[in-house]
Design a protein around this ligand. Structure first.
Ligand SMILES: Nc1ncnc2c1ncn2[C@@H]1O[C@H](COP(=O)(O)OP(=O)(O)OP(=O)(O)O)[C@@H](O)[C@H]1O
Length: 287
């Protein structure tokens, strides 16, 4: 069975395989930025990447290797210098309107209540205020913040703000979730709780996810598949690992699973040299 397929169980528990649409296809994508002195910096070179419609993909790599850059390409925020981008089988032109983007820094509006912040995602697409607020309330309950609807963002903890951010993105029901170190600023325990919440929501309605993280443990705990990027410039994908640990997963416990340790070892083996290379490069560039 290929990565772009899913199982649909019929009444007699008979499994039938049907093709799931491919959410993202990056075909030989290269990305370069104009920098000082009229020069160019080739951040990413010749990268191929497919993400299935129901796949949770984690992207891991050393600092500055181009993880956010790849997400920005899938979001349509950045146009590749060469190569092509397809979203659900169609060439991407302009902004990817099928994607929801969650950054490390949340984008809550401080003058709006939590409920208003979540509802706005629907209101901008023409849904009436009362409908949007009803749906926002349901989403707040799903992320465990039903009692916080009338609060303002400044009254929330970092983890609570993240939950609001998740509700704000998911209320629009995007078919593709682009997550750039979304739990980066949180403490270790809150990250675990957010990871569990994300997996619960995702398992109810499996979307394609591209999840950028520095944290290999987090990547293994959450993802179906992990790709590793090399140190830049001209970064590319140098490893592609399937995470075959069964779901549902308990993120706090999964680390004790021997399969977790084994996979961690293999991925770190591929990643370690790239991390050292990236560190040395930024050190030289700073001199
Ligand atoms: N607008 C830009 N102009 C010039 N160079 C850029 C620009 N944006 C990113 N870069 C460079 O492209 C490379 C990739 O950046 P990117 O932010 O994608 O890396 P990353 O892997 O997400 O890093 P980190 O893990 O540190 O967040 C880096 O070397 C960065 O300095």
């Amino acid at each position: 069975m290929g990565s772009g397929e899913l199982k649909n169980f019929q009444s007699k528990a008979e499994a039938v395989t049907i093709a799931a649409p491919r959410a993202v296809r990056l075909n030989n994508v290269s990305i370069s930025f104009g920098i000082a002195g009229g020069k160019r910096f080739d951040a990413v070179a010749g990268t191929d990447l497919d993400v299935a419609g129901d796949e949770f993909l984690a992207i891991v790599g050393p600092t500055g290797c181009g993880k956010s850059t790849l997400l920005n390409v899938a979001a349509g925020l950045l146009e590749p210098a060469s190569g092509s981008v397809e979203i659900f089988g169609r060439p991407l032109k302009g902004l990817n309107r099928q994607a929801g983007y969650l950054f490390q820094q949340d984008s809550l509006m401080p003058w709006k209540t939590v409920l208003e912040n979540v509802a706005i995602g629907l209101e901008v697409s023409g849904v009436s205020t009362s409908e949007a607020r009803k749906s926002a309330m349901e989403w707040l309950e799903r992320v465990g913040l039903g009692g916080f609807a009338d609060r303002y963002p400044r009254m929330l903890s970092g983890g609570q703000r993240k939950r609001v951010g998740l509700a704000q993105v998911l209320i629009r029901n995007p078919k593709l979730l682009l997550m750039d170190e979304p739990f980066g600023p949180l403490d270790a325990q809150t990250r675990l709780i957010m990871g569990d919440l994300l997996l619960n929501l995702w398992s109810e309605d499996k979307k394609a996810v591209m999840f950028v993280t520095h944290d290999l443990d987090e990547a293994i705990a959450l993802a179906d598949r992990i790709v590793i990027m090399s140190a830049g410039p001209k970064s590319r994908i140098i490893g592609d690992f399937r995470v075959s640990i069964p779901r549902p997963r308990d993120i706090a416990e999964i680390r004790h699973d021997p399969a977790f340790t084994e996979l961690h070892k293999s991925i770190w083996h591929a990643l370690r040299e790239e991390v050292m290379t990236a560190y040395q490069q930024t050190n030289v560039a700073a001199q």
